[in-house]
Design a protein around this ligand. Structure first.
Ligand code: PEP
Ligand code: MG
Length: 321
């Protein structure tokens, strides 16, 4: 379908610079993809599924299992993912498994029964620690079955997965085993990424790199945990403590890139930082990041900026010789 009267989408996209660093887009609401199709992105670097769960499904997955209707969860989740994956095929869609915190899961219909009270949900039962727990594992399996349905039954092989809030290698290995048990195995067209949000992933990057295909930096959480600053604290934000540009955060990312590349693994970023700070974009490109995933409204500017930085780096290298 023509994007702009008389101009095909391919021609329109060709008007933007080609970059060696891939420019991805973050997305949560599946239907929003229709509005963004003309943007020059190379894939979806973070598809958050929390929107589908809270707005389309609305029920807690464990409640649906209890009332004997788990297929509602699988089908709706698969529908949302497939909507995006088919719209941008064959570009990849990196689907992040659910990353609600306990207080957010509680708000889903029937959620009260299954969610404990946590004093500090931000560093509580979230991410992989949920998937491998005996309480939540059946619900994690529904997420995996939805992905499998999209890839195998609907044939959309451009769907990859990403594990959020990974803390240790042992929990990750357990979660990957559950995924494999459901028939989803890492392969050349099925990449498995983890988010680098907890500093332990950076510290033990060598070990994690042996397990996964790639990393995506969740700079929102990485900044919070590296700096010891509650990302929701307005007081600390006002005082300037919550800053993804802090050298401790940036140097962590640089270290991760260096180690990941040693193992031929890729590094992306899907936190807010590059969407809002041009200096972070420059830092990341100079550090050799493989892709940058930004909010829709930042895609065009970040692509142009990355192209110009890549050119600058090339000229600097030439002038040095
Ligand atoms: C992040 O932590 O940077 C991230 C992208 O995840 P979320 O903001 O959903 O926690
Ligand atoms: Mg996060």
């Amino acid at each position: 379908m023509p994007a702009v009267q008389g101009i095909s989408r391919d021609v329109l996209l060709a008007l933007y610079p080609v970059t060696a660093t891939k420019i991805y887009m973050n997305l949560g609401e599946p239907d929003a993809i229709d509005r963004y199709l003309d943007l020059p992105f190379d894939g979806i670097g973070l598809m958050r599924i929390e929107f589908i769960v809270s707005e389309w499904i609305r029920y807690h997955p464990l409640y649906l299992i209890k009332i004997g209707n788990p297929t509602l969860f699988i089908d709706k989740l698969a529908e949302g993912i497939a909507k995006v994956a088919s719209a941008i095929y064959p570009r990849p869609v990196v689907v992040r498994f659910s990353d609600f915190k306990t207080n957010e899961y509680k708000k889903l219909i029937g959620g009260d029964e299954f969610e404990p009270f946590e004093r500090n949900p931000m560093i509580g039962w979230r991410g992989v620690s949920r998937y491998i727990s005996k309480e939540y594992e059946p619900a994690f399996r529904l997420e995996v079955r939805a992905i499998r349905k999209v890839r195998e039954e609907m044939g959309l092989k451009n769907v990859w997965v990403m594990f959020p809030f990974v803390r240790t290698t042992w929990e990750l290995e357990k979660a990957i085993k559950i995924m494999e048990d459901e028939g989803l195995r890492k392969s050349s067209d099925f990449k498995v990424w983890i988010m680098a949000e907890v500093p332990s992933v950076v510290v033990l990057a060598d070990q994690f790199a042996k397990i996964v295909d790639g990393f995506s930096v969740g700079s929102n959480d990485l900044a919070q945990l590296t700096l010891g600053v509650d990302r929701d604290s307005e007081l600390l934000a006002r005082m300037g403590y919550y800053d993804e540009r802090d050298p401790a955060v940036l140097q962590s990312i640089k270290r991760l890139i260096k180690i990941a590349h040693k193992y031929n693994k890729t590094v992306s970023i899907c936190g807010q930082a590059p969407s809002v700070y041009p200096e972070v974009v420059e830092y990341l490109v100079r550090a050799g990041i493989d892709s940058i995933s930004v909010n829709p409204d930042a895609v065009i500017n970040v692509r142009r900026q990355v192209a110009s930085i890549e050119q600058k780096i090339m000229l600097e290298k030439l002038n040095k010789k």
